[in-house]
Each structure stands twice: as C-alpha cells, then as structure tokens.
Design a protein around this ligand. Sequence first.
Ligand code: BG6
Length: 494
Amino acid sequence: MSKFPKGFLWGGATAANQYEGGYLEGGKGLNTSDVMTAGSHTVPRRITWKNEKTGETGYTGMGFGSDMTFPEGAVPAVLENTYYPSHVATDFYHHFKEDIAYMGEMGFKTFRLSMNWARIFPNGDDDQANEEGLKFYDEVFDECKKYGIEPLVTLSHYETPLQLLINYGGWKNRKLIGFFEKYARTVFERYKGKVKYYLTFNEINIMDMAPYMGGGMMDNSDQAKAQGAHNQFVASALAVKAAHEIDPEIKVGQMLAYAPLYPYTCDPADQILQLEMSQHTLFYSDVQTGGFYPEYRLKEYERKGIVLDDTPEDYELIKNYSSDFLSFSCYGGHTLTTHKDVEGSGGNFFMGVKNPYMETNAWGWATDPACLRLACNTLYYRYRKPIWIVENGIGWSDVKEADGSVHDDYRIDYLRKNIKSMSDAINLDGVDLMGYTMWGCIDLVSAGTGEMKKRYGFVYVDMDDEGNGTLERSKKDSFEWYKKVIASDGEDLD
Ligand code: BG6
C-alpha cells in the first residue's frame, strides 16, 4: 500500500523574483525585488536609491533590524554598474519549455511558481493589464498541461510593483487592497480552467521581520507592519471571494513561513518564550485561515498603542472568506532560549541558538526531519483545513564535475528523511496533506543572500554570484532519485 494518498501532488517550487529574469521584457514594470543587490551569508542585501533632481545615489538596508532610511526626495531605483540578481536570475523567462520538460521527466504532478505582478500591471495601479505579460503565463500553463502538471500559482512572492511603493508607500496603504483584488480577478478570469490552485502572499508572516520583502514598504515601525498585514488579510479574503465567484473549482490557500520552535532548556521561562514566539507566526494563520483576529495579538496592539485603519466589513470578509487550505514553508526547527550563554545558530530570518542535536549547512540552516511531522500536526489540527508543504529543501554549494555530473547525496539524504517525516504525519497522525513541492527545483537565486551558490535544485544552472554563466542546465544525482520517489508514490526512498 502506498504511503501517500492517491492524487498526492508531488512537485517543486520557485518564485519569479529568484527565477524568472526577463526583468524589462514583454512590457514588465519594475518590482521591489529589482532594486535589491546581492549579498552573502555575512553581507546583507540592500536596496539602491536615487534622487532624480540631485543625481545622488546610495543604498539602504531591508529591515531584519537593519537601517531602512534614505534621503528626502530619493526613491528606490536601478543604478548603473550594479548587479541585481533578479534581472536575469536563472532565466525561466527564456528557458521555461526546457525547465518544464525536466519537471515532466521527473514526473511532477504540480509546479509552484509565482506570477510577477509587475508583468501583469507594470505600475500596479494601471487601468489595463499588460497583454504580453498575460500571454507569457498562458504559454507557461499550456506547457505544464502538456506534461499533466497542475500549476500552483503564488500571486505575490516577495515582490510588489515598485511604483506602489513610490506612490503609495506599499502595503501600509489601504489602496493596495483594491489594486491587488483587481490583479487577482484579472488572473482568475484569464486562467479559468488552466489554474486551479493559488496562494496569495508568500510567507505572509515575513511582514513582521522584513516589511520591504513582505509588504513593499520602507517602514519598519510596528504600526506600519500591523497595518500592512491587515491590508493583506483583507486583500486575501477578497481574492478568495473573487476566485469562488469566478470559478468554484479554484482553491486559494494561505502561505505561512513555519518552523517548529524548540525550547533549549526545560526552564519554564524558555517555554514561555516559545509560546510568545509561536504567537508571532500563528497570528497570521489564525486570521487568514482561522478567520479571526486572536485576542493575544489585539492585546499586543493595545499595549503598543497600535490602531488599525479598518472597517467592520474587513472583519466580515476575513471571517467569511478565510483561505481554502493552508500551505507553508518549513526547512527545520528553530531553537530558542532566554539563557545568555548559548551559542548562536548563524541562520537568517529568525533568531535562534545552536541545537546540539542538529547539523547545519554552510548558512547555518538546520537539518531537522522532525520539523515536517511537527509542523503538519500543529497546523492541521489547529484549523482542520487541508495543508500543503510548498517549500522544504536544502541549500548547498553544489559542485559540477568536469563531465557535467553533480553528486548531491547530502540533498538526497535530507529529502529522504523529510519525506519519511511527512509520511508519518499522514500515516501515523492522520493529517490531510495535499502535496509537497521541494523548494528551488531548478537552481535559482537565494532570497536571503542573493547568491547563486546556495543551490537547492534537482537541476544545476550554470550561473555564478556575479551573474556570469551560460545558464546551461544539467541534472544532479537527486534528479533521478526524486523521479523514482514520485514514480513509486513515495514508497521507494532508497
Ligand atoms: C523561503 C522563501 O523563506 O525560503 C524563498 O519563500 C526562499 O523565497 C527560501 O528562497 C529559501 O531561502 P534562501 O534564503 O535560502 O533562498
């Protein structure tokens, strides 16, 4: 008997800002991601800006506790002689037929990709959609269909049309709700019958840590982040409403960044820390999937003096149009403590300390197969809606040998253990899991560092950290392994 339910959606995941390229082709406008420089494990990515009047240029930080300021009159802009990883990325724009053929060969049932909002509405608030942009995704979805691959489309993955930041201040402005609803409706209508599964905002809870990536905002204040999140919740509810009106077959999911949190000690203070940190994440799913603002967050707003610009209708929408399913990313757990004398983990995005029971990769990300079973249980039994693992995988500095081969046994090992963990969630715990899309199935740019050398794929792409390379594709050892896993419906993990 197969360990995975019939129709389980095996596949891989990508995002336009890290994969698509073609940054000014086909009438596309600029996105917030197009003005982000490359960084590294130790050097943060930055946003470049220009003052058109004075000609002055410079750069600033992106949140994550870093400075986010730039002079009066300056706006985020593309500068000459600066390398921006999103501009070419790994060029899905010109390689989509080849890449989808690789996915077809592996037997993918689904392919998660994000649509580039500024390819459809170049300024975000345009009257008309850009036909050339819509046509590009028509071709992509038709190509998927050839191989029986069901697309899973993220409407906004770490990018907002840059003009929406410049003219409206990004997601803290309620006007973006209407612009997003129009974008979502345009897409649902256009791809009716071609796309059944959508996600609204990638890792919506990233707003708390990185308001530029999550909300297209140059504002790190708690007030702005709370408002940005609220506006995205309302926009997500309106997207669910629109989808159901346009085609009842469409399912719109939430996408949450999730990591189980492990208290480092049995000190009760560490358990309280775990509770409080969990609330930062679960607030986002309590609202978008659960349909209600939890009291613990409202209390926090009261304490901090945060007042939302809201309407009674917002809460009706949130309640009546919560997400159809809950998807999440999960790479490994994070370990927390109130104790000061514990070594830091070195990973990014979340604070954490080194867990002695886990190995980490060169970027400090833990290898922790238990994370998927734990995540599935917490998230499924909190809402009892179907769940979907839409990101999991391991970044590694893979080496391509002279004969073109790439031996990534560490990736196979990581995936084997993680797939076993999700099989346990299904078979031992009874979780309703819809699918699994391994992150970065074809090599792409790292979101956190902007590097190419942090590779996740089954397919290697010849591109380096400075944007040099032929973009030639080659299969890694994990390619044949994953093909076998899918063909055996998760039975053969050897
Ligand atoms: C998730 C994001 O947080 O993690 C992806 O949704 C990202 O966009 C992935 O690429 C892995 O992170 P990184 O920094 O290794 O690219």
